[in-house]
Design a protein around this ligand. Sequence first.
Ligand code: AGP
Length: 611
Amino acid sequence: MCGIIGVAGASEHGAAPPLLDGLEYLTYRGYDSCGIATLANGRVERRRAAGRVANLQAVLKDAPMAGDTGIAHTRWATHGVPNETNAHPHGNAEVAIVHNGIVENFSSLRAELTDAGHEFETDTDSEAIAHLIVFHLRRGLTPEAAADAAFARLRGAFAVAAIVARAPGRIFVVRHGCPLTIGIGEHQTWVGSDALALAPFTDRIIHLDEGDRATVTAAGASVRAVDGQPVERPTVTSSIVPTAFGKGGYRHYMQKEIHEQPIVIGDALRALLDTRAMRAEAPDLPFRFADIDRLILVGCGTSFYAAGVARHWFEELAQLPVDVDISSEFQDRAPLFGPAGRSAAILISQSGETADTLAALRQLRAQRVPTVALVNMTSSTMANEADAVVAIHAGSEISVASTKAFTAQLATLACLALAAGRARGKLDSEHEARLAAELTAVPAKMADILAAQNRLQDVASDLIRAPSVLYLGRGPAASVAREGALKMKEISYIHAEAYPMGELKHGPLALIDEHVPTVGIVPSDPLFTKNASNLAEVNARNGPIILVSDDNGISELGETARHTIKVPHSDPFVAPLLYAVPLQLLAYHAAVLKGTDVDNPRNLAKTVTVS
Ligand code: AGP
């Protein structure tokens, strides 16, 4: 998604250097062009570049920028191709704006402004915002009033920051459907897409509410509600640690974050497991597991696959019926929630800003269904709007491909399932203690997998020429297979598809020949025998098999596999957390061998804040 960073009052070396640093920190959001605008000598200066921030740095090296106040932007193209002309900031010597989101009525605004004599230079929806501000300035409005009047005409989901030549030292912002955060510095004030973008500059954060406008100066921010009335929004301390921005000696953020998992899972478990009593401590929730007949789990992408795994845990350990939905599908359904108070929902999102999951949250709240945001970013919109927040404690996840957040989501959901089982009288204390002990053994077993990960480079090198890769799993492993396929396709660009093992004969078997590898995720669990017979069908058609299993599974099936990837033996309950790791590594090594941009894969963004 697009990223916004701005500063008012960066007097020491001017606004441009910290804004360039800020753009570097924003790259985790995914982008294809970038730019900066500053206020200097009574006018707006702009520099823009297609491609990477390094290209913009080269432009500024040749043409430095003055001014202690400015805005900057990384663009993820929605309207208009990714090139310098369409890069933000948009505007002229009078006004510049940066925008995240979509202006849905930009065509009618563009027509109206063109009729009023404005000339557009880009194909973007965003440019209309700059022209609107100029239009109101020429009507004689003050810069703040002109910005507010322009913001009021916009429809859709957007966050905007604007500077006006006639308003030195000031930035005008609005938040409407896309997150925007203000950061209070020592002698300057920042604006950013989210607290993570501001983490390197300040931990003192003001979260704007939906519809809020603000005028930002070096001294702070004056906030106005959507009706224009001044409001006070609290300054809070962000829990985000800026060290997330170092790769810690790893080649990519994804590699670092994969290797952080043993620590991260330990943190996630410590938050919810009493390791003395070996029992799960449910956090404060807006419902009692004993009182509900249905649990709704909603998420996108990797978060949706975490929901798919957790369904098995809640159903088996707590005998609690679970509905699992992709957020974008959920809002287009007419879901039934049963009698009031008998349903509850957990919205799963690493960022807490995914537009479709946020829309599902709002839909559930409108139906008075108790909502829990199970998030990594606890200063996110979902965390602010849900009835309760359960943090996954994964630390800042920078790489677009989610890895440690996935396993931290699973660890957190596993603890909630144990608590649900006990609360509903379906899980006795001995069984709970045994499963809790299995969870506490996960970090060490993950470390063992990571220690042996070099072998995966050989397996990956065998995959990268494949036209497609099939991932198969059964039960919870079916969702782990989907997550493994997503990792492979989103960072290596190799087509990969996941199917429940039992579906093989219903179509996918036609894909199998000697060129299409099959990754079989086959823990030694009660489903092993069925899985073995499915893989025998692949083998009978010369399909190369990559067997992901433990010692027992490999001893039984290893001879039929081209490659075997060993996972430490564990109780089936925790297998999804362990089996995810080799699949992450397989995708990572395939991407490195293919030379793709591992942390910022093409066309993708870390947080999808538009529907
Ligand atoms: C995961 O690797 C992808 N980047 C993507 O599917 C992601 O999981 C999805 O966009 C949901 O993001 P969220 O967890 O922040 O809501």
